[in-house]
Design a protein around this ligand. Structure first.
Ligand code: ATP
Ligand code: MN
Length: 478
């Protein structure tokens, strides 16, 4: 029977002194045939298990190796050693699973993040990844909590979709046709009529269009699921498979949308600060160590914890795209030709521009609104100036774009006209257009890239280190 065990997190948090308990976990280190640092994943802190000399067989002691799994029954006593208040005086030790410490890839020393990516199946057992993935869990929970408390309906939008109209990125095809000899049509292309769905299908890049169908019935919905982009961008912020949170609200304009996004981000960070203090403390120190290696001008101005409390306690800056371009044009960086890409009204800002705005100019998250219509999607609400749309992107220090959203075009004639201009087939999206025919309402929503959010909260520089098994170009291991 296993469920009588107590988790190390609970044990360390509660006063069980002089009580007998059972713990189970993996050996991190074993010193002097006497002190085991035992970790069970519930917390980054190890439990010190003390073996009285002479009480255990030599043959058993030999099997207590790094990463062996143990069951220990013992007495909780105050610790004499440094670094812990209690320890477990072992009465009974059972090896649940042996481990060949020589062959075990994780040695008790510092490994590079690149190396740990190659052994992603074991990296959860390190302090860093233990903390990152406990924080990732907390953020997921806080997301559901935030929306549930506000009466949003959690909607599961499809993963496989036949519409590729959204144009958010390159798509992965889903097919059961033979790769060697697919059936061909008269024009010499693949005949998808013979494919599984009777038409070409892809993995979704966003649940938004379906989300709008939900919002125009339930009022407020959110999605939280995987999305896929076959974009060949090998950056520290792009994955081929990532998770996205997409709330969609009826009776909501751009300003309501921004207000919601801001309090949403603050809520989930606050939750993690409260419930994962030890993990964030650890990550704060890890980042400080890492930044010591950098030249002074590359270091962040704030530590991780300082940055998080700053974001929770201060309003985001709000500027229009036109103002953002003006700031860039006035910037010393522009004047000294420090930007690689050109700046002028109409450009899709590059990450160097976004980072200048948040890291150098405002030094806080920035919401940029009212982008040129030509660089944004067809469904964004057209502004009266004829040039811009009611879009909003949230830019975060160290990450760049973390949220993309907009008020949606609810006027059928304007929407159809824009779709025709952009060559988006209106007949394929007949169901989407129906919402504008049957009781259309002002509505808005946004997408938050979950991994970018986890990066922001954990301070991890590479997006591959905040998802369990990253999918990127030429990499699909595990
Ligand atoms: P970017 O310009 O950074 O590629 P995008 O404009 O393509 O982003 P959207 O289509 O607006 O992004 O998607 C909404 C959110 O999803 C983004 O704000 C970002 O947080 C996240 N996101 C987009 N693409 C990726 C990706 N390839 N990997 C991880 N997160 C992503
Ligand atoms: Mn993109």
């Amino acid at each position: 029977m296993f469920n009588q065990r107590i988790k190390i997190k609970d044990l360390l948090a509660t006063h069980y002194e002089q009580q007998e308990v059972v713990v189970m976990g993996w050996v991190r280190t074993f010193r002097n045939n006497q002190f085991i640092a035992l970790n069970d994943g519930s917390t980054g802190s190890n439990l010190q298990v003390v073996l009285e000399l002479g009480l255990f067989e030599e043959s058993l002691l030999k099997r207590i190796t790094t990463s062996a799994s143990l069951k220990v029954r013992g007495l909780v006593v105050p610790s004499l050693g440094k670094g812990q208040t209690i320890e477990l005086k072992a009465k009974e030790v059972e090896i649940l699973g042996d481990s060949d410490a020589e062959a075990y890839p994780l040695q008790p020393k510092k490994h590079s993040l690149e190396f740990l990516r190659e052994i992603a199946h074991l990296r959860f057992r390190t302090n860093t990844f233990g903390s990152v993935f406990r924080v990732r869990h907390a953020l997921s929970f806080a997301i559901h909590q935030f929306f549930n408390e506000r009466g949003f309906v959690y909607m599961h939008t499809p993963i496989i979709t036949a519409s590729d109209a959204e144009g958010a990125g390159e798509m992965f095809r889903v097919t059961t046709l033979s790769p060697d000899k697919p059936p061909m049509n008269e024009e010499g292309g693949v005949n998808f009529k013979e494919d599984f769905f009777g038409r070409a299908a892809n993995l979704t890049v966003s649940g938004q269009l379906e989300g709008e169908l939900g919002a125009t019935a339930f009022g407020e919905i959110y999605t939280f699921g995987p999305t896929f982009r076959a974009e060949n961008s090998n950056t520290a912020r792009h994955l081929a498979e990532f998770w996205m949170i997409e709330p969609e609200m009826a009776f909501c304009d751009l300003e309501d949308n921004m207000n919601l996004a801001e309090s949403f981000i603050q809520h989930i960070i606050r939750y993690a600060l409260k419930h994962n203090a030890a993990d964030l403390e650890f990550l704060d120190q890890r980042l400080a160590e890492e930044e010591k290696q950098l030249p002074q001008d590359k270091r962040s101005e704030m530590g991780l914890l300082e940055k998080l409390s700053f974001v929770v306690n201060n309003q985001f800056e709000r500027i229009t795209y036109t103002e953002a371009i003006d700031i860039l044009l006035q910037s010393p960086a522009y004047k000294k030709k420090k930007f690689q890409y050109d700046v002028k009204w109409g450009i899709d800002m590059q990450s160097e521009h976004e980072r200048y705005l948040v890291e150098k100019h405002f030094k806080k998250p920035v919401i940029v609104t009212n982008y040129p219509k030509d660089i944004k999607a067809f469904y964004m609400r057209q502004n009266d100036d004829g040039k811009t749309v009611a879009a909003m992107d949230i830019l975060a220090p160290g990450i760049g774009e973390i949220v993309g959203g907009s008020q949606r075009e609810e006027r059928l004639d304007r929407l159809v006209a824009r779709m025709q201009e952009m060559h988006i087939p209106t007949d394929e999206l007949w169901w989407y257009l129906d919402t504008r025919k049957f009781g259309t309402v002002p509505h808005a929503g946004f997408g938050l890239g979950f991994e970018r959010m986890v990066q922001f909260v954990t301070g991890m520089g590479n997006i591959r280190d905040v998802i369990a098994f990253p999918r990127t170009p030429k990499n699909c291991e595990f």
